[in-house]
Design a protein around this ligand. Structure first.
Ligand code: SF4
Length: 321
């Protein structure tokens, strides 16, 4: 977001801050409402990640991989319930989190908020891909391998609590890592798994695996966390990118001392970059510098941007200059 449109980044992370409070300025409340909109591909990813945690929790409780029949029934149930929630705009009146727990069926689709029609074939494709991803998971070699390990060594992302499981201090900055799943294998290896829901055929080039891919860097940061914070020996850490839409095809990355330095530099560079738009680059104050740093751009993204209404919509007299 920072690289594609700084203004969007500003709306998302700064303008919207506090927008959940009734007495917050109107523009903050509007930005908060808009920041939570998601696209169909993001919804697919969110739903698949959630049901994957449920599959793992069920395996831990029952000691076996659930049937595709049960998982697909549950997936379709969530899909339809969430779709109805969003299309009836219940996201405007119902809280996403209550009593510390997430309402897992809470959904606000971009199209519903902006009253844009969703072509039925696009919806069907999203639904089919959710089912394909779940089938990919259930039939994958990695799930079979996980089933053979001791569940006491599993760390399943707790989506219901909507909290970051891993927070660590990095040169005085707070870094949040959001691993999907970690497990200890019988050979003592420490495995960090990231579930992907883009097929290799159609996912964005820059997020693809390979030496310069984003997935490698993302997993590398988790590897840094495992080595530097949890104290796992490097030779025991395995980083696994699992592509659920490709039948659970898994790309494995290892981590060496050299990589560790690279990922250190990556995190350091990220903190420097994000703090460059703060007043005095002060991360403890964490206040965005004013306007000039967050210009409007024109790269074709605007029409699909969550913040279109407050940024570019000529019919909106309240849009920001
Ligand atoms: S509408 Fe365009 S310029 Fe405005 S925040 Fe979105 S992407 Fe950036």
């Amino acid at each position: 977001m920072f690289d594609s449109c700084l203004r969007r980044y500003y709306f998302h992370y700064y303008l919207s801050w506090g927008g959940w409070e009734r007495q917050a300025p109107r523009i903050a409340r509007e930005a908060f409402r808009l920041k939570r909109l998601i696209s169909l591909p993001l919804w697919r990813g969110q739903l698949v990640h959630y049901i994957t945690t449920k599959v793992l929790a069920s395996m831990r409780a029952k000691g076996r991989i659930p049937s595709f029949e049960d998982v697909s029934r549950y997936t379709l149930e969530r899909f339809e319930t969430q779709l109805e929630f969003s299309s009836s705009k219940r996201y405007l009146t119902e809280p996403k989190k209550k009593g510390g727990r997430l309402n897992i069926d809470w959904l606000a689709l971009f199209e519903h908020e902006y009253d844009r029609p969703i072509p039925p074939e696009k919806l069907q494709k999203t639904k089919d891909e959710c089912l394909t991803a779940m089938k990919g998971l259930l039939e994958s070699d990695i799930l079979a391998a996980i089933a053979e390990t001791d569940p006491d060594g599993w760390a399943i992302e707790n989506i219901d609590l909507a909290e970051f499981a891993q927070v660590f201090d990095f040169d005085g900055a707070k870094v949040f890592a959001k691993t999907d799943f970690m497990y200890r294998d019988s050979d003592g290896s420490f495995n960090i798994v990231d579930w992907k829901t883009f097929s290799a055929k159609n996912r964005p080039q820059e997020s693809a695996g390979g030496q310069d891919g984003k997935a490698r860097v993302q997993l590398g940061v988790y590897g840094y966390y495992a080595a530097s914070i949890l104290g796992e020996p490097l030779e025991r850490i395995r980083l696994l990118e699992v592509n659920l839409l490709d039948g659970g095809a898994t790309i494995r990355y290892s981590i060496s001392n050299e990589n560790l330095e690279e990922f250190y530099r990556h995190i350091r560079g990220g903190i420097d970059k994000l703090s460059s738009v703060l007043i005095n680059s002060d991360i403890s104050r964490n206040e965005a510098a004013l306007s000039d740093l967050f210009p409007k751009i024109d790269n074709g993204l605007c029409r699909y941007c969550n913040f279109y209404r407050i940024c570019r919509d000529e019919n909106n007299p309240d849009r920001l200059p």
